[in-house]
Design a protein around this ligand. Structure first.
Ligand code: ZN
Length: 355
């Protein structure tokens, strides 16, 4: 691994909510009372247990509190350390786990307002994804519309494992809203855990859960393509966040083969899946789940595009050591694309001046 050149755009960092107390001022009186009387205390993502080594790199763990929970930590460890020009905050909180759609909407609103006030207002290098209550498409769209005027929000954040595949039509108003406002749709590892994180039942370890996330991403990508989301919303950009990417060429070979054989079933998929991915889908680079050197370059050749990968550190998750966030052996043109050009082409709002 190697140190990336400065000036990059980090497309996946995770500021943490230190405790639900910080959200209380951003909740209405009703929901504040509900949170307090129900005794809701911690909604941190169950995909990343606090003490799991993957959740935070040892040198990014503060003496007290949660990693990435203060602006000073994120500035020093995620921004200054890599010379980052812009970074997109993907706040992972248990919004999607809740069964109450209204409570989920209230918490999502609070998270977004907290991110805007406590983070985006305080460092011009920060951008963010809109956290939505994906349990309710209606409320998710309402939240997108509420925040769409703020150009610092560049993406709508969904999780890889929800209750239904993301290509199903009841999700489409979210994609319509995102396309209408020039927002990308980011799908991040993790989920509601209402279903097992594998198609063969519940695993017993964090290792299985994390490794199997790749299957969830494959299923979601297949669903989005076969259900026709990109035919209906041709300008939509979908970013797979923390998905890994070595599975992509083999999965696309398989998907394209069976699209050829079964396309009578899905005539609205008017281009090959590989072509759709090249125009509409992007992936963040961490975790780099490939061997370094020639193997990685061959893999990028198989993808037949140097526009697919976006720089990310996945701060504070432990994906690499030191400042060596990029694989070795990539040529300078490709590095520039991954660090700057591809993120700018993916997130239209990064080019807009921020009021
Ligand atoms: Zn991540």
């Amino acid at each position: 691994m190697t140190v990336p050149p400065p000036g990059g755009i980090d497309c996946d960092i995770h500021p943490a909510i230190p405790s639900i107390d910080v959200l209380l001022p951003y909740l209405s009186a009703h929901w504040r009372e509900q949170v307090v009387t129900r005794g809701l205390d911690e909604l941190n993502s169950i995909a990343y247990p606090d003490n799991s080594p993957l959740t935070a790199r040892p040198d990014w763990r503060p003496a007290q509190g949660r990693p990435g929970a203060t602006l000073a930590q994120v500035q020093a460890q995620a921004l200054d350390a890599f010379g980052t020009s812009l970074a997109i905050c993907n706040c992972l909180y248990g919004v999607q786990v809740l069964f109450s759609e209204d409570l989920a909407a209230a918490i999502a609103r609070a998270v977004n307002d907290w991110i805007a006030k406590e983070w985006l207002d305080r460092d011009p290098r920060l951008r963010a994804s809109i956290v939505v209550p994906s349990q309710s498409t209606e409320l998710a769209v309402e939240e997108i519309e509420r925040l769409a005027g703020d150009q610092r929000f560049v993406q709508v954040l969904l999780l890889a494992m929800g209750d239904t595949p993301l290509g199903r039509r009841h999700h489409w108003p979210i994609y319509a809203a995102a396309e209408r406002h020039g927002l990308a749709v980011g799908i991040h590892a993790g989920g509601s855990y209402h279903n097992p994180p594998t198609p063969v039942g519940w695993p017993g370890t964090h290792t299985e859960d994390y490794v199997n996330q790749a299957q969830a991403f494959q299923s979601q990508l297949t669903s989005l393509i076969t259900e026709g989301v990109f035919s209906r919303y041709p300008a939509l950009k979908v970013v797979l966040l923390e998905s890994g990417f070595t599975w992509l060429p083999a999965h696309l070979w398989r998907l394209t083969k069976y699209w050829r054989g079964l396309r009578m079933e899905i005539p609205w998929v008017d281009r090959s899946p590989a072509e759709i991915v090249r125009s509409n889908v992007r992936l963040t680079i961490q975790p780099v789940d490939a061997p370094e050197g020639d193997a990685l370059n061959r893999l990028i050749d198989h993808m037949q595009s140097d526009e697919l990968l976006l720089f990310s550190t996945d701060f504070p998750h432990w994906q690499f050591d030191g400042a060596e966030a990029l694989p070795d052996g990539l040529d300078a043109t490709l590095v520039r694309r991954i660090m700057i050009d591809n993120p700018r082409a993916t997130y239209a709002r990064l080019l807009e001046p921020v009021a």
